[in-house]
Design a protein around this ligand. Structure first.
Ligand code: 4G3
Length: 250
């Protein structure tokens, strides 16, 4: 999958492509990362990329000409790619959207605005989708595009070690991930739950389902509204409720 980022700060993005699992995925040939400097497409001798807003007001607006030229270049490089504009006004990004972007696209072209925004006429014909990573404003779309690339790239088969680890991810099926432990067996007076040392895979699987439900109930009860507990989950919740009741009676 191809990820292209149109930005005024290409080094900010290229350093991201050069680290961790993303760089490993690039080495394996599973993903490609490209940075396009929007300033390279300005045509005046001062390399201007922004201008004052018509109608007055504070701040600067990204000029449409260089932005359009950069988008057209990126589309020419990757004809199958979808153009995504990062903006606080976009539809909200989540894990479901990450899955969708990772399996439905040959590539993604991210347009990162700076200043107070971009000229409205860019949205009309050149942008396929406007996405926001949350209800807050940043000085540019770069961090938002990296958030999306990171969460989409790790879902591409082979980018992470195994696919097992993303199937149990938090938010997949609207549940949080179960509690995890590694060595040592005792740490600061706290022990690893006995069942995880037992080697009984059926019991371990059940314990993990319970842990996942408990954490979801305590930290993100809203997730049950979207995806109601199924019969097996209800049985586990009832069992937990009985455990709590007998503890309260002691
Ligand atoms: C305004 C994205 C600001 C318009 C971008 C770009 C937050 C997000 C910007 C525009 C951003 C977000 C740049 N801030 N919540 N700032 O995803 O097109």
């Amino acid at each position: 999958m191809d990820f292209s980022v149109l930005t005024l700060f290409p080094e900010f993005i290229s350093s991201f492509f050069e680290h961790g699992m993303i760089s490993r995925g690039i080495e394996k040939g599973l993903i490609r990362g490209h940075c396009i400097n929007i300033r390279d497409f300005s045509t005046d001798r001062h390399n201007t990329v922004d201008d004052r807003p018509y109608g007055g007001g504070s701040g600067m607006i990204m000029k449409p000409e260089s932005l359009m030229a950069a988008i057209l270049q990126a589309k020419k490089n990757d004809p199958g790619s979808k153009v995504v504009l990062m903006s606080p006004q976009g539809t909200r990004f989540n894990q479901e959207k990450a899955f969708e972007l990772s399996c439905k696209n040959e590539g993604l072209i991210f347009v990162c605005g700076r200043y107070e925004g971009i000229d409205e006429r860019i949205y009309t014909s050149l942008v396929d989708e406007e996405i926001s990573i949350g209800d807050y404003v940043m000085t540019g779309g770069e961090l938002a595009s990296m958030v999306i690339i990171d969460s989409v790239a790790r879902l591409i088969p082979g980018v992470l070690g195994s696919c097992e680890s993303c199937r149990s991810d938090s938010f997949t099926d609207d549940r949080l991930e179960y509690a995890q432990y590694t060595r040592p067996e005792e740490f600061e007076g706290l022990n690893v739950p006995e069942v995880l040392l037992s080697g009984d895979h059926e019991k371990i699987s059940l314990w993990r389902k319970k842990s996942s439900l408990q954490r979801t109930f305590l930290k993100r009860p809203d997730l049950f509204k979207k995806n109601k507990p199924n019969a097996e989950e209800k049985a586990i919740l009832r069992q937990w409720s009985q455990e709590l009741e007998s503890l309260a009676r002691e």
